[in-house]
Design a protein around this ligand. Sequence first.
Ligand code: 6YU
Length: 531
Amino acid sequence: MGMLLLLLVLLPLAAFPHTRGRLDSEQQEAMGPRAPVILIIGAGISGLGAAEKLHKHGFHNIKVLEATARTGGRIRTQSFAKGLVEIGAQWIHGPSPGNPVFRLASQFALLSPDALLEENQKINVGGHPSDIPVIYSSSGKKINPEVFANITELYNTWLEETRNFTDGECEPGASVGSFLRQKIVENSKGWDKELVEINLAFLTGLLNIECCISGTHSMDDVALCPFREYTMFPGLDCTFPKGYESLVNHIKAPLPDGTVILNKPVKNIHWNGAFRDNNSDVYPVKVQCEDGDSFVADHVIVTVPLGFLKKRYLDFFNPPLPQIKIQAIKNLGFGTNNKILLEFEKPFWDPNTTYIQTVWEGDSPLTEPNKDLKQNWVRKLSGCVVLEPPGQLGHVLCCFIAGKESEFMETLTDEEILSSMTDLFRKMTGNPELPPPISILRSQWHSQPYTGGSYSYVAVGSSGIDVNNLAEPLPTDKEALKPMQVLFAGEATERNYYSTTHGALMTGWREAQRLIDRYPELRATVSKAKL
Ligand code: 6YU
């Protein structure tokens, strides 16, 4: 009977040699090394993607520690009006087979039939609104987009040209903004006198859109030479009919209960140490949480946003990060792009309108914008997307605003924003009686303590090398006895696809793969078990 019991205990361990329960040290020696313990900080798409991949490859000692009360991070779907809206990521940028988010969404049957059409997967819009906008000007007139057809085409070719620069070709402070401004100055010399003012006002609006796409205050902050490294998959951007979070829910579904721990903000990460668990096993990493709990690990994958790292890099790591990483964190840009969602009783826009753009007469990319944020923040709005389908959702506009004006907007009350937005639409439509929106929901990504903004960009003074340096695991010494103690994932660590959900997912998978490659014996066990 005793023998049978011993066999029952040892058999599962023999089948999975890295698993070890409470065995004495002699038994431990005989069993070989214990299963690696992995902690993942952050339950956004990168953290959950890493956890799911590791789990699938036989790593079962995984915990995901998430600071907030929810998973998804910057993917956040919420109820609003009569349906669901996105507070964070909205589209799959470039939905085509190369894009892992598209592949997963298709596999989980989360997309509409349109998104799956092959012809849509071949279209290239580069993250820009693809439809012809309805344009309102601040003097209360609707402007025929044909008026701006030439200037729009020119602007698009200039944008393309920003991608022609190679490293070393740019002056130290060269930015996408300075390049575009130079083009505007050169080109405006040939414009009809009466078109100069309105063209400049329209171009200011296009630059505001660009700021939202890059998540920056000004295109003068975005470095010119590295701009070409941002890579787009082809495909007509599409959305998730049941919300972006439906993807997150599918990714995390295979993880055993208890893997993801919510409301568990991490205070700091101690690495290069020797920390014991209750079994007296020794680990190189200890993660200390704000609530006093601590976790030991062999590896920790840090997926916190760059915005968080910018605030906390000094006290979040012990020993401190190497200088090369600190420099990368400081150099790279992390800006704010927010949404203001407005529900109207009745649409003031024509049917078939998909995008509304506002033009402020008198604004120009060649003059300094007015610094009085209280009076002028609404001028920075880049435009409003008409959300579909109105039948299910109601009449909802999703307006975008980036930069300091966006951060100022976060400090206002809903009532103050409603009042400014009502004034704006009354001015633009020339209708002083236009009824105000009936409800509002806005994002506040800059004030979120565990995010600190919206997404990353390669700022003037930085380059793709900073992104690589940020992604490099610690210790950086290749000969280290315990390598890969702290690994880095998250959208800001993806040199070509930063600022997107697919970029974030790729980095989670990249770091999971690093660990899978580090434990070939485990891989062999899993493949054998599958045979
Ligand atoms: C996309 C889109 N999109 C709009 C808006 C935003 C973003 N993006 P996470 O932050 O998700 O997870 C980290 C977790 O860590 C988080 O849960 C924290 O709470 C947690 N954490 C932090 N500190 C912690 C601690 N101490 N302890 C424990 N946990 C901690 N992307 O593909 N399509 O339409 C948009 C948009 C308003 C805010 C977007 C879009 C960006 C994505 O949302 C984002 O990259 C990923 O979700 C990040 O996932 P993650 O896991 O890395 O972090 C030309 C050119 C230029 C380049 N830019 C072009 C691209 C444009 C991007 N698109 C923007 C447009 C919209 C509308």
